[in-house]
Design a protein around this ligand. Structure first.
Ligand code: KIV
Ligand code: NA
Length: 275
């Protein structure tokens, strides 16, 4: 299993980091078997597996429930669990309570927090507590209501300057890794150059130290909107639907179950039963 030091080494040696979300036992175990370096139990689970229209409704208990399932599916993969909306603002005691629960109960290697500002100090304190923190800048889905939707961030020189400052502050506060979401590729390249911690992009071009995608987007499973920056590598949803349609047909036609799917009572037992 990778650790914060080996991930740093991957950056130094120019070995790209392949990160993917996972939300349950089968997705995590398939991702691990496929050689994914880092798994993220993202709060995107609110949309892709719980059917909410944003990540705002996701709770700490949701994250723990799914985090534990993903952990059971991938015991040998570096696992990051998102701290959900509203769980890491307000008093530090409250934040710490949430972070400790997520970290202890899921057995994750790190927690991920969106944003800079007050979050920088939280990152410092959690790291001092012994909980590795992954930072997340650029498009912050938990703040979509404030940002006015899911838009590319850091497009102006001023916004880019601020993002670079924020990224440096995250690293200085002890963040072990940084996710950059939906920013121009030139800016992502610059941040990647200026930081010594691994920088993982999503919708941030190819010059970061690694990539992260949402599991269900990557294999096209589910009916949600797939953003422009995604490449889908499988047609899992279509394959599943075809299989399930055939199942329904065979049940209705009496073609399933067949002989090999059934259990048989011995003749002598049948005789005793019916006399
Ligand atoms: O929740 C999530 O899936 C994420 C990734 C998009 C980085 O935070
Ligand atoms: Na997230």
């Amino acid at each position: 299993m990778e650790n914060t030091a080996s991930l740093m080494k991957m950056k130094k040696q120019g070995n790209k980091i392949a990160m993917l979300t996972a939300y349950d036992y089968p997705s995590a175990s398939i991702a691990q078997a496929a050689g994914v370096d880092v798994l993220l139990v993202g709060d995107s689970l609110g949309m892709v597996v719980l059917g909410y229209d944003s990540t705002v409704k996701v709770t700490v208990d949701d994250m723990i429930h799914h985090g534990k399932a993903a952990r059971r599916g991938a015991q040998d993969t570096f696992l990051v669990v998102d701290m959900p909306f509203g769980s890491f603002h307000g008093s530090f005691d409250r934040t710490l309570g949430h972070a400790v629960r997520i970290f202890q109960e899921t057995g994750a290697q790190a927690v991920k927090l969106e944003g800079a500002g007050d979050v920088i100090e939280v990152t410092r304190k959690l790291t001092q507590t012994g909980i590795p923190v992954v930072a997340h800048l650029g498009l912050l889905p938990q703040s979509a209501s404030v940002l006015g939707g899911y838009k590319v961030q850091g497009k102006t020189a001023n916004a880019a300057k601020q993002l670079i400052e924020d990224a440096k502050a995250c690293e200085a506060a002890g963040a072990c890794m940084l996710v950059l979401e939906c920013i121009p590729h030139q800016l992502a390249a610059q941040v990647t150059k200026e930081l010594s911690i691994p920088v993982i992009g999503i919708g941030a071009g190819s010059e970061t130290d690694g990539q992260v995608l949402v599991y269900h987007d990557t294999v096209k499973y589910g009916s949600h909107h797939v953003p422009k920056f995604v490449r889908s590598y499988a047609e899992a949803g279509d394959a599943m639907k075809q299989g399930l349609e055939q199942y329904v047909q065979e049940v209705k036609a009496g073609a399933f179950p067949a002989e090999q799917h059934r259990f048989t009572m011995k003749e002598e037992e049948l005789e005793q039963l019916y006399g």
